[in-house]
Design a protein around this ligand. Structure first.
Ligand code: IPM
Ligand code: MG
Length: 398
């Protein structure tokens, strides 16, 4: 009887091993890095997603189109709206990303994506893999870069979250060995850790940041987190000007709320699940997850998104038009920088800081007593048009 369960689980494990070894192999073969400067046009896909997604994605698109009027007119950039990455369609075809939608996404060089519903056991939807997770894996977007900045508090953080491995790699491929025993897997590879960690150190180096902090639980999760940490210290040797330290995830979550300690962190690099948790905590200092954007970076593709979910309750309660678009617009800042439009990115970032943190002429509450997404984006665009914007922004820097 026992043998039957063990045999079944062993076959499952063999398949897992084959897939993961094949993945490691693919990582070892060099993939060409996209040269955005050589593309005409750069195709920017806009994916609405679920819940509040289509509302905030459309507003973010409007802001970007405004900033990119010139390159749009000359055909250097083109926007393309991609339909169908919705929970209804995913449920209908029983796929995390419907094939035809994935095909359209792959025709874009970069995408700006609204949040998508992630089903779980017991939901009215089939318990599909998260579309976010599937997209990150499918497009091999190995780094999830999440900045959080609160100038008044001296907070200037960038989280480098490993995005294709850890507890997420096989999050939908665990095994129920028997009715009473369930196993999940966590995965760390040399190549997967190296590419993420190198990006973090490179970022620090380029931006004159002299500190990188590694976050793991390597004292308990010895093999996989241990590997990540070891590779982190090895790569650090290539950057002697950068000080490196490491913290365990539990004490790290505590130290982020210690006002004396937290300002010393700058660039933090960590496995997938820790990055998921820590970046939500961090965003809370900046005004909540509704204010935080993220970049999912691969060699060939990149996808930019909010760090939060699709907030179906806001739609059910008729409040979708009051959803905070700042997260998506912040993701837009990262997109602009990524495709070589750094000047527009800087302008938009200043406008977001002024509107969301310094001036706050309009405040988002998620309800009708606050501003609507459209009003807030109008406020952002008016701020950009103000010739005094840069002066205003500088006057608020510590
Ligand atoms: C995020 C989200 C996703 C994640 C969910 C929606 C699957 O929380 O981007 O942080 O866990 O990665
Ligand atoms: Mg998250």
């Amino acid at each position: 009887m026992m043998d039957k369960h063990i045999d079944k689980a062993t076959v499952h494990f063999q398949n897992v091993l084959q897939d993961q070894l094949a993945r490691v192999n693919r990582m070892s073969t060099r993939e060409e890095q996209t040269d955005y400067g050589a593309l005409a046009p750069i195709i920017v896909g806009i994916i609405g997603g679920d819940g509040i997604g289509p509302f905030i994605a459309a507003e973010a698109q409007r802001v970007l189109e405004n900033l990119l009027q010139g390159p749009l007119d000359t055909g250097k950039i083109a926007f393309r709206v991609i339909e169908g990455l919705t929970i209804e369609k995913r449920a209908e075809v029983a796929q995390a990303i419907p094939d035809d939608v994935l095909e359209e996404i792959k025709k874009c060089h970069v995408t700006l994506k609204g949040p998508t519903t992630t089903p779980r056991e017991g939901d009215p939807w089939p318990n599909l893999e998260s579309a976010n997770v599937a997209l990150r894996k499918e497009l091999d977007l190995f780094a999830n870069v999440r900045p959080v900045c609160v100038p008044n508090e001296g907070i200037d953080w960038v989280f480098f979250r490993e995005n294709t491995e850890g507890a997420y790699a096989l999050g939908s491929s665990g095994i129920d060995v028997t009715d009473d025993l369930a196993l999940d897997f966590t995965v760390t590879s040399t190549q997967g850790s190296e590419r993420l960690l190198r990006l973090a150190f490179e970022y620090a180096n380029k931006n004159n940041i002299n500190k990188v902090t590694l976050v793991t639980k390597a004292n308990v999760v010895k093999t996989t987190d241990g590997k990540f940490l070891k590779i982190g210290y090895e790569i650090a040797k290539e950057y002697p000007a950068i000080e490196v330290d490491d913290w365990y995830i539990d004490i790290m979550t505590a130290k982020l709320i210690d006002p004396k300690r937290r300002t010393q962190f700058r660039v933090m690099a960590m496995p997938n699940l820790y990055g998921d948790i820590l970046s939500d905590e961090a965003a809370e200092f900046q005004g909540g997850v509704g204010t935080a954007g993220s970049a999912n970076i691969g060699k060939k593709y990149a996808m930019f998104e909010a760090i939060h979910g699709s907030a179906p309750r806001m739609v059910d309660e008729g409040r979708a038009q009051y959803a905070d678009p700042s997260s998506m617009v912040r993701a837009g800042v990262m997109l602009l920088r990524h495709i070589g439009y750094g000047e527009q990115g800087k302008k938009l970032e200043m406008a977001l800081d002024i509107t969301g943190q310094f001036e706050k002429k309009l405040v988002m509450t998620g309800r009708e007593e606050g501003a609507s997404s459209k009003e807030f984006c109008d406020y952002i665009l008016e701020t950009i048009d103000d010739p005094e914007m840069e002066q205003k922004w500088k006057s608020h820097q510590p």
